[in-house]
Design a protein around this ligand. Structure first.
Ligand code: ZN
Length: 315
């Protein structure tokens, strides 16, 4: 039986909070819009307090799957902070510190997409697959990477949404990324679709087929690049934009066409339907990312305590 933990999906638009032990046991889920750090983190803390009272027990750990960029270097003085976000008033916010100081339990912290990759590898469409990539296409484009059982950080953390892509010949839209203009996110995010056709992705009317064609062309280039760079065993693609009817199938076909059997394995040709897949956890991949990060933080904390106890008993 897993311990009771709190999971928080800290998104740039909304926060989703839960308390539970796993996908089959989420006691409550609450979401609220992301406003100021003080108000929004305060609401999340209040929710956890309330749930602890209801459960009659404290949570053993907290996991935060956070919008970024975030500082994930454990020895950095700003570990657990949001760094250079364009989102007003959130830059420099010490997210981990607020929860650690309030609850005094281990806090797992990672990007929202790394959290979702971890959750999918434990309970969803990526069980037993490594490396595994989770991509979301919505307000932005992001991706989390699980490799050798761990989540990829390195210099910062992967930012797969900002790769450069070859422009479709029919696309004359300038692109929306404030940093790069026509990078992948600049051309293929939900806001890019809305700006190109001056209508939301859910209401494209006669332009829908053309939107699917362009979107698929760009996302297939991402899938091909991820294949070349990381050699994943599966690429999970989620987010609101992937709900465009026909888009996922188009991405699969285009991925196989772009790779053109250069990586000559069934996953990138005849079995591409099992290679580029939707999240097994559906819309819960993000919040379960928070739960998975909490459980992992608890496991790491317990094993570190055991190691230190063994060391002191040897002296
Ligand atoms: Zn960009």
């Amino acid at each position: 039986m897993n311990a009771l933990v709190a999971g928080i999906e800290a998104g740039g638009t909304k926060f989703v909070c839960t308390v539970g032990t796993g996908p089959d046991d989420l006691r409550a889920v609450k979401s609220f819009p992301t406003t100021t750090p003080h108000e929004t983190l305060g609401q999340a803390i209040t929710f956890v307090h309330e749930q602890q009272t209801l459960a009659g027990a404290p949570v053993a750990a907290i996991g935060i799957a956070c919008f970024g960029p975030v500082d994930l270097r454990p020895d950095s003085p700003t570990f657990g902070h949001i760094t250079s976000t364009p989102k007003p008033s959130w830059g420099g916010t010490d997210v981990v510190g607020m929860f650690r100081d309030t609850f005094g339990v281990p806090v797992g912290f990672d990007t929202d997409v790394n959290g979702a990759a971890l959750a999918e590898s434990q309970w969803g469409a990526g069980v037993g697959l490594d490396p595994l990539v989770y991509v979301t296409v919505g307000t932005g484009v992001g991706g989390g990477v699980l490799v050798n059982g761990g989540l990829l950080h390195g210099l910062l953390h992967p930012e797969v949404g900002h790769v450069m892509v070859r422009r479709h010949v029919d696309d004359h839209f300038a692109g929306l990324c404030p940093y790069h203009g026509d990078c992948l996110e600049g051309l293929a995010s939900g806001p890019a679709i809305q700006a190109r056709w001056e209508r939301p992705a859910t209401d494209l009317g006669v332009d829908r087929d053309q939107a699917v064609k362009l979107e698929s062309w760009y996302l297939a280039q991402l899938a091909a690049s991820l294949t070349y760079l990381l050699s994943p065993e599966r690429i999970i693609m989620g987010g609101g934009v992937l709900k465009l009817p026909g888009l996922l199938d188009a991405v699969r076909a285009d991925t196989a066409a772009v790779i053109n059997r250069y990586v000559d394995v069934p996953a990138t040709s005849s079995q591409v339907d099992t290679y580029v897949v939707p999240p097994g956890l559906g819309d819960r991949a993000g919040i379960l990312g928070g739960v998975a990060l909490a459980q992992r933080a608890l496991t790491q904390h317990t094993s570190a305590q055991r190691t230190s106890a063994q060391r002191s008993s040897q002296h």
